[in-house]
Structures are given as structure tokens and as C-alpha cells.
Design a protein around this ligand. Structure first.
Ligand SMILES: [Mn+2]
Length: 466
């Protein structure tokens, strides 16, 4: 199977958005024009992507059209991904919330506050991506939920806060939007401590989802001993799990982050079944508790001056052995791909630089850029992982020829990894021993150069029919 990002922009646009229903067929045509122009040049502004005023104006008119919503634009993609995931036995749903900064566009109508400052403006975005755990392949986006944060009004009482729609509700809304888990499928939310929200867990239970998430609160659980007695002892989940001895240990590599170099470390692990009590207020569906398993991994030999790593995870998946508990930890580690996707939107697609008049127009653009950012993500993954796959399985012989010819090293390209390295070099990647993996912009630049050359080759053939 040829990898999807290697499709020509127009083919990709038709495949991704062709089934869209926006009423007037002219709207569909415009969507295909805008999406294929951005597919060629994902980080471009609209005037740059089109290079002529008439088409640019057409794109602005399309994005400002109140006749349809961002959901209608991305619906065919959501349907496609839902259908793909429904064919898998098990799918991980990586979910997270991020903020987009439009402080430079003060005129943007409908925007809200972001961060902790009252000066910065933009919107929040909750995203759910589907991932196939066997290959870590991202199937696509299952739902997007952009929203405007409400600042806490000064002097608000606890009761008023409960009544106001709270940000934490976006988690249960995302589950409801995706809907019931299809027959014979296991769909597992994988999410950070932002999803420590009891009503989210209840919604998962109601619609058939499992989850693996990081606990934020030290919730009440049944005490471990004397479960049979009438007076069940209460305990706090973190205190309880921290008192358990390690049942296993693994050496893992912690990737470099926030200026700290990558390091190898030994992680201790323990796990136990718990009965989590509902909070005293606000458990919507029922007042019953939830049976789950808590997993703790922690570092005992952190280098001096570095905070030792500790994750306390909660999962609805029954854990009967250490191997299952490690699997859950591994899935939680893969969550970084979600953060990478948000980076692809911000850095790869320069989402925050677009100058539109209303937040609804920004969200319509977001619906176009989301499948595009996924294309960037797949390219970067391919560049990092594709070690053993022959290049000829990924692209046509014509592409391999063009890349070999343009690459200054002029070496034979055998594997997909060699192919992507050469493509990155065409985009300016130096590929020295100490260089990290190539970034989005570099890969995309290299790939775009090949697309341009291919177009030239095909164009030339028109004039010299053989
Ligand atoms: Mn988060």
C-alpha cells in the first residue's frame, strides 16, 4: 500500500473531503480548491497558497460562509476514521486539550481568553485521535471540539461554578459526540490528568469505552483490607498505591524534554484493583462507584537535581499480571503523539498565523488543516520509523529515481528510511551524526521539491510524446 501523504494534493483533497455535503455543490468545489492548495503548501497563508487575489478572496468567502459549520467540513473524515476503527479489535483514543494563541489578531471576533493572563486571546481545542496499537499507526481524528474558555467571574461561589459550563465537561462531550462503541470493539481513551473527571468516567462506562488516564486528585477508594466487613475502611488512592511494594521493574529510555537530555532509567511498578468512590457532588449518572485498576510507576534512582518520575494511572482494563500493567504504561507513553499532532497544527500548518475575521472562520479552517496536519504527522513518523520497509513499497519507481537524482549523495535508495532521509536532505536537513531526526518543515520542503520536479517531468512529457 502506498503511503497516503505521498498522494498528489488534488487526489488527497478529493479522497478526504469529496463526500462532503454543504448544500450548494459550488461550496464543495471551493473546499477542494482550498484544501488542495494548502496540501501543497501547509504552512502558507491563504494569499501565499493561492498567489492570486481572486482565488484568495474565494477562499476567504468560503471560510466566512455562515451556511455551514466546521463539523460539516470534517464529517467525511470522522466517518472514515470511525469506519476504520470499527474494523479493528482494539483502538486507542489519544485525547487532549490545547490552546491556540491569536493574541496578534485582536480584531478576531468571538475569541476568548487563554492561559492565565487576561491579555492573551485565542481558543481551546479538544482533540481525539484514533491509533492502532499493534503498529502505532494513527488512523485519523475521531472528533474535534474547539471551544471558548469562560473566565472565572470574580467572587463566584462554589454553587455558581457548578452551574456554569465547565471546561472539564469537554471530556464527556467528546465521548458523546463519537457515540457508542461499535459491536465487538474495544475503544480505550488514553489521556493525561486533565481527564481526571468523574462524569467523564461515567460517560465512558455508559457508552462502552475503557480508559487509561493519569490521576490528578487523591480520590477516595475502599480500603484494601477487610472488604467483607460492614464498616469498609476509606482510603486515598495515591496514599494506598504508594504504600504498595514494587512487583516488577523495567529499564526504559525517557526521551529528551524541556532542555533535559534523554536518559535511561529503571522504573519500579505496582498495581492493584480499587473501588473509586463517586465525588460528594456532581456525579451525574449515578452515585455508584467505579471499579478500576490503579498502576504506579516510579523512579528510585533519578539523577541528582532531577525530579524522579512518577505516574499514577487509572484504568478500567482488568489487570491480572505485570505484563498487562506494563502494556497500559506503554500506551500512556504513546500519548506524546497527540501533543505532536497539536504541534503539527501549530508549527507545521502555522494555524495561529492565519488572519481571519471570526472564530467560526478559524474553526472551518481548522477542519481543513486537521487531516492535513495528520498527513504531516504520518510523514514524520515514516521518516523516523521506516527502517526495514523497502522504499519501493512506499513510493513509485519514478519517485525513487527523482530522489536519487536530486540527492547530492547519489547513493542507491533501498529502504523507506533512506528515502525519507534523502527527502529531508533536499529540504535542508544536514544529516550529520549528532543531528536529531528531521523536523516537519524540512521534510515537507524536501517532499514539495520532489512534487515540483515530478510535475515538471510529467509536463515535459506532454511536449515530447515518445
Ligand atoms: Mn492535557
Amino acid at each position: 500500500m502506498k503511503q497516503e501523504p505521498l498522494q498528489a494534493a488534488e487526489d488527497w483533497a478529493v479522497e478526504t473531503f469529496g463526500a462532503v455535503e454543504l448544500g450548494d455543490p459550488r461550496r464543495r468545489d471551493r473546499l477542494l480548491k482550498v484544501s488542495s492548495a494548502l496540501a501543497v503548501n501547509p504552512s502558507a497563508s491563504l494569499p501565499q497558497a493561492f498567489g492570486n487575489w481572486g482565488e484568495t478572496q474565494g477562499a476567504y468567502r468560503f471560510l466566512s460562509d455562515p451556511a455551514f459549520s466546521y463539523e460539516e467540513i470534517i464529517q467525511p473524515h470522522w466517518n472514515h476514521v470511525y469506519g476504520e476503527a470499527a474494523q479493528e479489535e482494539r483502538t486507542l483514543l489519544l485525547a487532549d486539550t490545547t490552546e491556540f494563541d491569536f493574541t496578534k489578531h485582536q480584531a478576531l471576533k468571538g475569541r476568548g481568553p487563554i492561559g492565565n493572563s487576561r491579555e492573551n486571546i485565542g481558543f481551546s481545542l479538544h482533540t481525539v485521535l484514533a491509533m492502532k496499537p499493534q503498529t502505532q499507526q494513527i488512523l485519523g481524528c475521531l472528533t474535534l471540539n474547539p471551544f471558548i474558555r469562560q473566565l472565572v467571574p470574580a467572587g463566584e461561589t462554589k454553587w455558581q461554578r457548578k452551574k456554569r459550563a465547565r471546561e472539564s465537561q469537554v471530556w464527556e462531550q467528546s465521548v458523546q459526540r463519537i457515540g457508542r462503541v461499535p459491536e465487538n470493539c474495544q475503544w480505550i481513551y488514553v489521556s493525561d490528568s486533565g481527564s481526571d473527571v468523574y462524569t467523564f468516567w461515567q460517560t465512558c462506562e455508559e457508552l462502552g469505552y475503557d480508559f487509561v488516564l493519569r490521576l490528578a486528585q487523591d480520590r477516595n477508594v475502599d480500603g484494601s483490607e477487610e472488604e467483607a466487613t460492614e464498616q469498609r475502611e476509606q482510603a486515598h488512592v495515591k496514599t494506598l498505591v504508594r504504600a504498595l511494594p514494587a512487583v516488577d521493574a523495567h529499564v526504559v529510555t525517557i526521551p529528551a524534554q524541556r532542555g533535559r537530555p534523554k536518559r535511561e532509567t529503571c522504573l519500579q511498578m505496582t498495581f492493584q484493583e480499587v473501588r473509586v468512590h463517586p465525588p460528594l457532588h456532581g456525579a451525574r449518572l449515578s452515585e455508584t462507584g467505579i471499579t478500576a485498576w490503579v498502576v504506579r510507576v516510579w523512579e528510585t534512582n533519578a539523577p541528582e537535581g532531577q525530579e524522579p518520575l512518577e505516574w499514577i494511572l487509572l484504568t478500567t482494563l482488568p489487570l491480572t499480571c505485570a505484563e498487562q500493567a506494563w502494556e497500559v504504561v506503554r500506551w500512556y507513553e504513546w500519548r506524546w503523539q497527540m501533543e505532536d499532532f497539536h504541534k503539527a497544527l501549530k508549527t507545521g500548518c502555522q494555524m495561529e498565523r492565519h488572519n481571519l475575521q471570526t472564530i467560526e472562520a478559524v474553526w472551518r479552517l481548522l477542519a481543513i488543516l486537521t487531516p492535513l496536519a495528520l498527513r504531516l504527522l504520518v510523514i514524520r513518523q515514516a521518516a523516523q520509523q521506516a527502517e526495514e520497509i523497502p522504499a519501493s513499497e512506499v513510493v513509485s519507481a519514478e519517485v525513487i529515481q527523482v530522489v536519487t537524482h536530486l540527492d547530492q549523495r547519489h547513493q542507491a535508495i533501498r529502504t523507506a528510511k533512506e528515502l525519507w532521509r534523502a527527502i529531508a536532505r533536499l529540504g535542508g536537513y544536514l544529516d550529520r551524526k549528532h543531528d536529531g531526526p528531521p523536523g516537519w518543515q524540512t521534510l515537507w520542503k524536501g517532499w514539495k521539491r520532489i512534487l515540483d520536479v515530478l510535475e515538471g517531468v510529467r509536463f515535459a512529457a506532454l511536449f515530447h510524446p515518445s
